[in-house]
Ligand binder design. Structure first.
Ligand code: NAD
Length: 354
């Protein structure tokens, strides 16, 4: 059984990937995670006791700790998801984004390279480093057009710039040292176990509570939504069949304006938690000041991963939202536990309160 080292495995997407890999039973998994406000062992509770599961509370900026984990676990591959991931938080405090996303990725690459060079030829040839990036590194689009894997980088938020920096380091380690890396650019994810400061879980929580639903600006910004399990499956397919040195776009093919997305959430909550006092939760929607520098639209051409690896998204957006609402209604204790002491629903990412 080969071992996969997953960084950020206690976060939203990472924990979906770890749960999937352990459930499939073909790999051992070592999760490396610092457990920031966004990382929670509760998200891994269903696999914690599995003999194929191991957890290491380690910061990816800590080279010595990473070296120990590589030596003890002897991984076949690394899937790198650990990151500071919230655009609004990057506006409030960019430093941790530069530290984890740029310096941490550089540290992880250096330790991966050191380990890779110690492997026998056959093992070294087989090794993979899959780096999880975002569509946001390409910048913003107008009403039409899509980014493909060859699109130029033009990041515009501190988060996107820090992820772009990480991507460039990953490519440089492949070109310069030959480390077998692959980059994945994913669109906006949603699904169970997402920290409730992100749009979808935040709106679901507010809708459940019957509180006002704050939509940034005119609500016409467009994102392409991807169900988290579809993303996890794409990462596994890239790990097992992706071309070294290449990159793959992954998106759900579900472009929605933020306003449409919140309306769909309202429908899903109305259906599962009828409130006689609020017949239609869309009445709770209200416009609030826009995010500074808010990118208008992201969209990805996913034909490469479909053609080369046969990946297609399986979860329809309305079904996925319905499942996500159902999950949140059943996991209010998880939501309360992860928010406790970290986040009480306040607005993030406004410069000087503007
Ligand atoms: P998340 O914020 O839910 O989880 C991040 C995880 O990384 C947490 O468990 C956190 O504890 C851990 N972490 C943070 N700093 C660390 C450090 N210095 N050392 C070790 N662990 C650390 O993020 P997510 O939404 O699951 O995103 C995972 C990855 O996917 C990120 O790289 C993100 O940029 C990328 N991505 C996310 C989306 C999305 O919509 N969520 C879309 C495209 C790409």
């Amino acid at each position: 059984m080969k071992t996969v080292l997953v960084t950020g495995g206690a976060g939203f997407i990472g924990s979906a990937l770890v749960r999937m890999l352990i459930a499939e039973g073909r790999h051992r998994v070592v999760t490396v995670d610092k457990l920031t406000y966004a990382g929670h062992l509760e998200s891994l509770s269903e696999v914690m006791e599995a003999p194929t599961n191991r957890f290491e509370r380690v910061d990816i900026c800590d080279a010595a700790a990473l070296r120990r984990v590589f030596a003890e676990c002897d991984p076949w591959a690394v899937i790198h998801l650990a990151a500071e991931s919230h655009v609004d938080r990057s506006i409030d405090a960019p430093a941790p984004f530069i530290e984890t996303n740029v310096v941490g990725t550089g540290t992880l690459l250096a330790e991966s390279l050191r380990y890779w060079r110690s492997l026998a030829l056959e093992r070294a040839r087989d090794f993979r480093f899959v780096h999880v990036s975002t569509d946001e590194v390409f910048g913003t689009l107008g009403a039409t057009g899509v980014f493909d894997e060859e699109s130029a980088y033009a990041p515009r938020s501190p988060y996107a710039a820090s992820k772009a920096g990480a991507d460039h380091l990953v490519r440089a380690w492949q070109h310069t040292y030959g480390l077998p890396t692959i980059v994945v650019h994913a669109s906006n994810n949603y699904g169970p176990f997402q920290f409730p400061d992100k749009l979808v879980p935040h709106m679901i929580q507010l809708a459940i509570a019957g509180r006002s639903l704050p939509v940034y600006g005119d609500g016409r910004h467009v994102r392409d939504w991807l169900y988290v399990d579809d993303h996890a499956r794409a990462l596994q397919m890239v790990l097992e069949g992706g071309i070294v040195g290449g990159s793959y776009n992954v998106a759900g093919g579900n472009e929605r304006t933020n306003r449409e997305m919140v309306e769909s959430i309202c429908h899903a909550v109305d259906a599962q938690l009828p409130d006689p006092g609020i017949i239609d939760r869309r009445a709770l929607m209200t416009s609030v000041p826009d995010r500074p520098g808010h990118d208008f639209r992201y969209a990805l051409d996913t034909s490469r991963i479909r053609r080369e690896l046969g990946w297609v998204p399986r979860v329809d957006l309305d079904d996925g939202l319905h499942q996500t609402v159902a999950w949140q209604l059943q996991h209010q204790a998880w939501v309360a536990a992860v928010q406790s002491g970290h986040y009480d629903g306040e607005r993030l990412g406004l410069i000087d309160g503007r």
